[in-house]
Write a protein that binds this ligand. Structure first.
Ligand code: PLP
Length: 447
């Protein structure tokens, strides 16, 4: 039968990204998805699930939007691909660059296009070091990121990632990456003081850039205190360090504003993008740079910018991105993300009142988390051996909803990032499934 043969073929030939290879070999894939519609995914057994993670925080407009396929086909029929290297250009890349400049905060008007988040971050790190070389400060090489950060898996972005499991495979391939404290469970003053110390100890004149996700995603949905990013901006200005915002998850409406840093009125020097830029319908990413960086590149570069991917500015990907952004704007999905995000947070709060193993609950737009703890009054965590959050995620899937658990550093965090098209009834349904699933695990584990 088809299911059996697909499972066997999967085990034999398909090395999954970020996977438990052992589990895959023992059990095969948990789901083989065949269709998507709105917030729902369907598998090859006909099971329908709410995708409360928008796949990998990226399917912002939801599944099954035929307009994107049409935009891709139209572009493929005329010019599927031609390179944007050097002096070559084409209209889809030009139009997308113009659109991104219109959407980005004032002062960020130029973009280097890539095919994803890791490429965008590595490009940003290289551009930062290149910028300082052009400014005659070649010793500024170090990149400061934060613990619990996730910036991707290419050489620089793995090194910037602050979740040490990602370094196990091959160590840090890049040099001069340092990790500061995250604001998780710290106030602004303490978090900023620790970064200041780090800068002073390393020598400010050796630091090229500071990189941060406006809300840490894979690290467990860490929403910073309200004045945190304003203080970060001040600190970077004080020491002349470039501030790179990794908006790969938080971009394109995820947190209820077009870009995450808008919540705090802070403008970075560079902004990396991917995921929601095409809602995952095709790979695409980019690095937006400040006018100051762009001017420096233009005025001081003497030769070639020796950095570019074959698919930088892929015409079909650009056409799909433009159509996706048009849908986000025309359907007011940024506003919907804010409104439904508030509903989701209210839902989390209502079940927190009823279940005594729910600790902190939070959400910024439709990027939220529920923490499970042994004692909410002290935030005492469960023993990791109980695997509380992973079990809740299994039960959630059995009951028809895909979520993710973050267990790094002995936490039990369940994360949520549903498509931005979600409505109130669907949010209520999510909360109901969550409530039942947590109670089931509580009973099952007697916790
Ligand atoms: N930055 C952030 C904040 C991410 O969450 C991710 C992916 O999850 C990346 C970068 C890496 O993006 P990609 O997987 O497209 O390379």
């Amino acid at each position: 039968n088809v299911k059996k043969s697909l499972t066997e073929l999967d085990q034999r030939h398909f090395i999954h990204p970020t996977s438990s290879i052992k589990q895959q070999q023992e059990h095969g894939p948990a789901f083989i998805f065949t269709e998507g519609d709105g917030i729902y995914l369907k598998d090859n057994n006909g099971r329908e699930l709410i995708d409360a993670m928008s796949s990998l925080w990226n399917v912002n407009i939801g599944y099954g939007r035929k307009e994107l396929g049409k935009a891709a086909q139209q572009q493929m029929d005329t010019l599927a691909f031609s390179s944007a290297f050097s002096t070559f250009s084409h209209e889809p890349a030009i139009r997308l660059s113009e659109k991104l400049a219109e959407l980005a905060p004032d002062g960020l008007n130029a973009v280097f296009l890539t095919s994803g988040g890791s490429e965008s971050n590595d490009s940003a790190f290289k551009l930062a070091r290149h910028y300082w070389k052009l400014r005659d400060q070649p010793e500024r090489k170090k990149i400061i990121s934060r613990q619990r950060a996730y910036h991707g898996v290419s050489s620089g972005s793995t090194s910037a990632t602050g979740i040490p499991q990602f370094w196990e495979m091959a160590g840090l391939l890049s040099t001069d990456f340092i990790h500061a404290d995250t604001p998780y469970e710290l106030g602004t003053a303490q978090a900023i003081a620790s970064i200041r110390n780090l800068i002073e100890n390393e020598g400010p004149e050796t630091i090229a850039a500071f990189v941060a996700e406006p809300v840490q995603g894979a690290g467990g949905i860490i929403i910073p205190p309200d004045d945190y990013f304003q203080e970060i901006r001040k600190l970077c200005d004080e020491y002349g360090i470039l501030f790179i915002a990794d908006e790969v998850i938080t971009g394109f409406g995820r947190t209820g504003t077009m870009f995450g840093l808008e919540h705090w009125g802070v403008v970075p020097d560079m902004m990396t993008l991917a995921k929601g830029i095409t809602s995952g319908y095709i790979p695409q990413g980019g690095v937006m740079v400040s006018d100051e960086i762009h001017e420096t590149l233009k005025e001081k570069s003497e030769g070639t910018l020796f950095h570019g991917f074959t698919y930088s500015g892929h015409p079909t990907a650009c056409a799909v991105a433009l159509k996706n952004i048009e849908i986000i704007e025309n359907e007011n999905l940024v506003e919907n993300s804010k409104e439904m995000g508030d509903e989701m947070l209210n839902g989390f709060r209502s079940i927190k009142d009823k279940i005594d193993i729910i600790g902190n609950v939070r959400s910024l737009g439709l990027l939220g988390a529920v923490e499970l703890v042994e004692d909410p009054s002290t935030n005492k965590r469960f023993s990791p051996s109980l695997k509380v959050a992973p079990r809740v995620v299994e039960i959630l899937a059995e009951r028809g909803m895909i979520c993710r658990s973050v267990t790094y550093d002995s936490t039990d965090i369940i994360t949520f990032a549903p498509p931005l098209i979600i409505n109130k009834e669907q949010i209520d349904n999510m909360i109901e499934i969550l409530y039942d699933s947590i109670l089931e695990v509580r009973r099952e584990k007697n916790i």
